[in-house]
Design a protein around this ligand. Sequence first.
Ligand code: NAX
Length: 325
Amino acid sequence: MKKAARITITGAAGQISYSLIFRIASGEFLGKDQPIILQLLEITPGMNALSGVAMELSDCAFPLVKEIICTDKVDLAFQNSEYAFLVGARPRGPGMERKDLLQANAAIFSEQGKAINNSASKNIKVLVVGNPANTNALIALKNAPDINPSQFTAMTRLDHNRAQSQVADKIGSSVSSVENIIIWGNHSATQYPDLHHTMIGDKSALDIINNDWYKNELIPCVQQRGAEIIKARGASSAASAANAAINHMRDWALGTDNCVSMGVFSDGSYGVAKDIIYSFPCTCSNGSWDIIQDLTLNDFSKEKMKDSERELLEEKEAIQELLND
Ligand code: NAX
């Protein structure tokens, strides 16, 4: 029997976690032969709801779950943690400006970054889901100086999956035939879904798909999909977000040759500013990600990528004092 892996999930009583925790517990993240210990973090007012989640987890009798820790203590939640899904975040309240939202979250993610630095495994892999995800990930990594910045990532896999599915629908093909989708930039309305490298079988997607549909329908559809779901469902994406979080972490931990979009610490690839968390096309092996290099970018792509970079630099500016630089 393998040693149990310690997995932290924050915002554990929220709606994304209500799907995420149960799928992880059933083995969909690390596999059906990997026992796990779940370290679930909530804020104090969420602890009662979290105890209900824990009762349901127990009632599933998942054989892989060796222990469930429910806590509102940040250090305990990250104790020896090897994988962390940072889902909990402060939602925008009435009258809250974008800067207020950034700062409220910056306070949460700087505290969690410090706790990761102090308590977690030095090999931890961190995925930030809670919005604004890219900048929250940057704050967490800046507050964890003993952990390599490459171990902090932000989620753009939901946007990636959305684009892949829309393209497959459009051409009446299966999602698995659509390869090399790229989401560049921020997980926000400035993100840039790029089809210029996308292949459908052995054909370039843009030889099959009309350019007008790509620019005028697909790009805004992916950028606005979250808002469309809220309008229809009366609540934001949850099951699909949990699914994307598992896709992201599973590929990172176990490897993939496919091109996957991940918000990672920019090293300046493709002329993107260093020192921000920016979504790039990546492959993963041996527990590490690599940015796919040497893709040709046209002027349209360069301009869209810059727009998203600019937004991330503005977000960084708004929380500069919490970056510990
Ligand atoms: P919910 O409001 O249902 O759940 C959030 C939970 O986090 C709540 O139970 C709350 O008590 C808890 N929480 C708040 N502050 C916390 C803290 N400091 N420590 C621990 N727990 C804390 O939100 P949910 O729908 O689950 O969404 C969670 C986050 O994911 C939001 O920020 C949301 O915007 C973001 N999303 C990000 C996506 C992405 O692709 N990156 C897509 C889905 C989603 O919109």
